[in-house]
Design a protein around this ligand. Sequence first.
Ligand code: F6P
Length: 323
Amino acid sequence: MKKIAVFTSGGDAPGMNACIRAVVRTAIHEGLEVVGIMRGYQGMVEGDLVPMAKHSVSNIINQGGTILRSARSEDFRTAAGRRRAYENLQRSGIDGVVAIGGDGTFTGASVFMSEYPDVKFVGCPGTIDNDLYGTDFTIGYDTAINTAMEAIDKIKDTANAHDRLFFIEVMGRDAGFIALSTGIATGAEAILVPETSTSLDDLIHTLEDGYQHKKNASIVIVAEGDDAGGAFQIAEAVKKRFSHYEIKVSILGHMQRGGSPTCMERVRASRMGMAAVQALLDGKFGVMIGIVNNEILHTPFDQAIKHHLDLNPEMLRMVEILS
Ligand code: F6P
């Protein structure tokens, strides 16, 4: 292997820059040439490649977003688009690729490798959702939960001042990890997540119980993918049956995706980026790099995509007991 490429794809996540930096600097350290592909698979289809040197990644470890930018590419879903992408990689002499993204990114890499086996892919898990099998932490998750926690703490201050019930929606289209961690960390009365079916009766019972125990305000964390709907919809349904507090809704939204990565984020993302280049050099292809029990793990793409990471039931119980 002489020349590799790195790109970021799907929803951006804080720590992606730290991972890019590690890939670029490890590759150069190992005597490889390295290029960045702009805007994920779309840049691969369009041939939007930029040569990377050591200094190209200076002063980015602390920055949110991704210097390579990101996209969700429709062109790459077509065979013709992938053909163009392959021709661009071939023309540039690229035989190894580090893909930083989520399950959509690894699905794309799997399909591409089955059509063009001479280009080798290794993945790094980049998504704030923490929903990938084969790693304890995805790049972006730690920062996102800290950002959300700080925002929820602030909302709690005003909720207490006005005796209000807040429904706070956090990100997580298919997964409740952000809701679960931030719910525990902020002492929320309840969390509603896509992994478990939401019962309005149970929720109202919990809120009623809190009111009877002299809580003057309450917080419910709703993952955006909850089966009962979004925070506005759930708040409307609760309003009809529970009138002890004034009810407000707050959607945290994309603020959770930005910001300077936490220390752990930078360290983990750097470890994963280094390990990805090492995997390419060791001939371990078609795998996602993960960190499990503080050790680097290689999980084949098909497993990382197929298996869903479950929420820890003990942590779900914690919310009920501790609130
Ligand atoms: O997958 C990460 C994520 O932030 C999800 O939690 C969220 O549902 C989605 O991306 C939002 O994507 P977009 O920025 O394209 O609206």
